[in-house]
Design a protein around this ligand. Sequence first.
Ligand code: PEP
Ligand code: MG
Length: 748
Amino acid sequence: MRLAGQDSRKLLTKLRDTLAEDGDGQERLDHITQLVSKSMGTQVCSIYLRRDRQTLELCATQGLKKASVHQTRMRYGEGLVGRVAQEAIPINAEDATKEKGFRYMPETGEERYSSLLGVPIQRLGEVLGVLVVQSRKKRKFTDDEVYALEIVAMLIAEMKELGAFVGAGEAMTAPHQRALMFQGASAQEGSAQGTVLLHDPQIVIANPVADNPKAEKKRLSKAMDQLRISINDLLKANKASAANDEQRDVMEAYRMFANSKGWMKRLRASIDSGLAAEVAVEKEQSATRARMARVPDPYLRERLHDLDDLSNRLLRQLTGQGRQAGDAIPENAVLVARNIGPGELLEYGKSLKGIVLEQGSVGSHAAIIARAWAIPMVIHAKRITVDALNGDAILVDGDQGIAHLRPDESITAAYSEKMAMATQAKERYATIKDKPALTKDGVRFELLMNAGLMVDLPSLKSSGAEGVGLFRTELQFLIRNKMPMRDELAGLYEHVFDAADGKPVTFRTLDIGSDKVLPYFRPEEEPNPAMGWRAIRVGLERKAVMRMQLQALLRASKGRPMRIMFPFVAQFEEFQQAKAMLNKVYKNEKRLGHRVPSELKVGAMLETPSLAFAPNQFFEMTDFISIGGNDLKQFFFAADRENERVRSRYDTLNVSFLTFLELICKRCFDLGTPVSFCGEDAGKPLEALCFAAMGLRTISMRPSSIGPVKNMLRGINLAEARKVIDAARVSGDQSVRKTMQAWLDQQS
Ligand code: PEP
Ligand code: MG
């Protein structure tokens, strides 16, 4: 039997009416199976829905034994139905028993049927179930019939999303309504309660069936035209700004797809079959995603990815949903994303309550920003972007690396208690804010904070930091879409000086490259950007930018004392060259009559092991050294800080790393060079304790860590800690963590 566009439309309209009728989810599903088997002229129609990530459950059937409903289950990949789910492609078998993977299920009584057609019920590439028709007579279903069944499956997917089948059993719940827990990893401690804000939101379609295909096609054409205009505009803008070739390639690919006749034809055909324009786009998108998963060629996969992205744009255009640039952030927003770069995170701003990522790493700059802002952050929450919808309730447990999506009352109550306790701890830290970081045996520490944005500056007062040990100047560059001008920068830096109110601030010159990519200054593609052309290496070659920044810094001082340091110095000569540049700019500023700093200290960041072994003259020439533990650790262990899988293998409290830190401290003491530590680990009390035992006395950390670290230092005897750590270092243990944690626990 052949289902022409009009028949298919009639069927869809009937199905929609069924769904609109009163009744429970089971009745609706039953009714669908009756209607489909009747209109397709088959003896059987069954709907299998996903029960969990690996299991399908028979939820309704016309033709198979009723007793097997909600009893028959299969795993993805098991039998023909399981294969449809796993591979997300239709199976059209004239003789099902001969088909690869056929599994006989006696409880359903299906042996009487020879032919089978199964199509995935999927939404945006996610398989939610399988729709199957079977016939007694041997037959191959026509392409039109396959297509018609796919259209029905599409409708079922949309209705499931809307909760139309909620009723008997887990498998029938709407995918986005149940409570879910995601166990990931912690990137910033703390708990937060809020609502989901998806970085790339899913579209909700209220009416998947369209009665008027003509009007629907008009809507599609209009959205398409709009899309083409915006792509052309983007292309033009990119040409004007001489964006790199790769970006242009992507845009050209977009243009090609947007003009692709085949794509348009398929979209129109789906509309003719009765689907709303949005659902037609989703149908194509699902097919693209399924194809994407199967294509081994990375280039082709990228192009399919472009098409996927284009579909998203078209959906946003059609529905008006999704975030537009400049939209305000809703209250209590918890950002949920696959991954996010530092620039994008900065755009969202500090008002986010929490961040949950599917990927990400503790060492990434996005995580560093989240920590600077003390925003609880969970990474590696697998598939959360599929399960979360904008506006869903969410709880972020940054201590344990857990996110609770749509949590039930008992969980919410438990967290309220936890959050109250955190508030109490904060109050305790506030009482020691103005007290010195002095250990019980009288060792005095200098606790500084890391900063980079204007919004960080009020923390200088509220945290009790004695100054800014690391001001990451590149963050100001990352939040802009064009290179800031010298005067604008000078104004910003002056503001930092003013806000510091006499407390020392160490400005680090631009550290771009690696994951800190400026949209208007893309370094070349390179295989290992973290070890590539970044930081001082860029500064020494792109002299104009560095000179401009140095001028802005010197001018901002207005005669006040100033500290400048260069990032990622790997050898003495780089420091000499950078310092020579600074001296030249300094002399020129003076000559031009600008007020120069009353005192200028120039330091280097020690972020590569090589610098620890630099000649003595390097240590004598630098006014201070700041250990950038994030980079130093990644190069010491050869473990990418962005790659959680390898990063987490190596403990910062590994005996080798601590001994290396001790060696650096010793060289600095022997040669009279002040040394500090400014990597992220300094903000953890246990790590800070071990660094202190290795000889560090100045540490710079995120503002929210100053209270906990000071509280720890005031409660310990450092000489005693040193004895314990020394014993642990020779015990043969790989890390001192266990021993030192146990010791620290005894102190309070
Ligand atoms: C570091 O590497 O430890 C550091 C402080 O610099 P960044 O994290 O900005 O690379
Ligand atoms: Mg660094």
